[in-house]
Design a protein. Structure first.
Length: 146
């Protein structure tokens, strides 16, 4: 299926939860969504044969932003699902690990460095930091004492 058709299917199925869809460059498309629908949309991406590449997280003034990067290998395009978790005191989002095993380690890294709780993740434990790292201290948070 061509990338244009895949994008149309995504727009049709998730029109009510897509905040915005923007083609940043010829090969980069950003789809902004609400955090509560990440699992369903990621599952649909898997059905459309998008390959999960990586996720990234960043502490912004508005909240913790998570970017899930998927590749459409046939077209060479990267589609990024962008979501903002506004509650920085208790940031949480559904884990996509139950449907995409390759997301396990990056969710652990984001949990550890930004404090995002990935609900349903099978193994949230330290990956990069020492096991005795102080609880509630997240190295990539802009306010270090959160």
């Amino acid at each position: 299926m061509k990338i244009e058709n895949k994008l149309e299917k995504i727009k049709e199925r998730f029109s009510k939860v897509i905040v915005s869809l923007e083609e940043k460059t010829k090969n980069r498309i950003y789809i902004e969504i609400s955090p509560d629908c990440i699992f369903e949309i990621a599952n649909f991406f898997k059905e459309l044969n998008f390959r999960f590449a990586i996720a990234s997280g960043v502490d912004t003034p508005s909240g913790i932003e998570i970017l899930y990067h998927f590749s459409d290998d046939k077209s060479g395009k990267i589609i990024t699902l962008r979501t903002l978790i506004k509650d920085k005191k208790d940031p949480k989002i559904q884990s996509i690990t139950p449907i995409i095993k390759g997301a396990e380690w990056i969710e652990r890294e984001i949990w550890e460095l930004l404090g995002v709780n990935f609900v349903g993740h099978p193994n949230l434990k330290h990956l990069l930091l020492k096991d005795d790292w102080p609880e509630g201290k997240y190295p990539l948070r802009k306010e270090k004492n959160e």
